[in-house]
Design a protein around this ligand. Sequence first.
Ligand code: CP
Length: 315
Amino acid sequence: MPLDRKDLLDLDDFSSDEIMLLLETTSAMAEILSRPIRRVPTLRGKTIVNMFYEASTRTRSSFELAAKNLSADLVNVSASQSSVEKGESLVDTMRTLLALGADMIVMRHWEAGAPYLAATQVQASVINAGDGWHAHPSQALLDLYTVQKRIGRIEGIKLAIVGDILHSRVARSNIWGFGKLGAHVTLCGPPTLLPPAVLDAYETLPNLTLSYDLDEALQDADAVMMLRLQRERMAGGLLPSLREYSARFGLNRERMGRAKANALIMHPGPMNQGVEITPELAYSVQSVIEEQVAHGVAVRMAIFYLLAGTAERLA
Ligand code: CP
C-alpha cells in the first residue's frame, strides 16, 4: 500500500493502516541500520532542508542522520542564523527554499500551525518536526515503534501519559497514534496542566481516559510516558511548587510498583531528572528512553522514503 500524501503534519488524519505502513517501513529501515554500511542510495539526488525555528537536539540530529543514511543532500537552517532574523516571512522563506531545490522541508516552529501554512505554499513535502503545543508526529511514530518492538503489539496495551499534557505536542500526537491503534490511554497530571477540555478533540477515540491521581493511572500499566514540565511555555501560577509537583506526579520506584512487572518507562526528552522522574528510574532496566532516541533515525528514514515515493507519483 502506498502512502498517498505529500506531507506529514500530524497523525490525526492518518488511518491505522497508514500508521502501520510507517511502522513496517521503519522495521525495514532498522534492518538497513543494522548493516556494517548503513547508507543506501535511495534518495540520491534529493534535497532535504532541516528548517528549525526552535531548539532541538534529538529531532534535528535524527532527521539529519536519516537523510544522510538515504544519501540525500541535506541543508540545516536555523532561524536564528537565517534571514528570518531580518524579518523574512515564513512564506517567503519557504518559497526561497523551494527555489533552491528543496524536495522536502523538515520544520520545527514555535507557532502551532506553521508547518500547515508552509505545506500550502510549496510543492515540496513538509514534515512537522514539532509545532508549538500542537503536534510532533515523528516523535509519536518512534514511540509507537518502541512499544511495538518491546511488547509486540499496540492494540489493547495500557499506556499512561503523565505530566504537563497542556503544553505537550508529544502527548497530542501520541494520543492519536496509540488511540488509533487500539491502546487504552490514560492522561494524568494536575488539573492546571490537564484541563478536561483537552479531551474534546478526541471524541473519536473510545479508549482515552483522564486521571488526576498518578497511582490510579499507573495501575497495571504496560508503559508509562513521563513528560517534561515545559516551564518556558507556562504563563505562571500553574503549579504551587516544583517540590509539590514532584511529590504528587513524579515517577519513583515505589510508584512504578503499581504498573505491570517490566512495564516500559518512556520519556521523549529532554528530561528534568528529579522533577518528573528519578535518575534511578530514568536509567533503570525498564527504561527505554535511549531506545526511543535510537529508533528516531529509522522512523525518520521511513518518513522520507514514503513521502519521496508519493511525491514522485503525484508529480
Ligand atoms: N523529543 C524531542 O523533540 O526532543 P528535541 O527537542 O531534542 O528534538
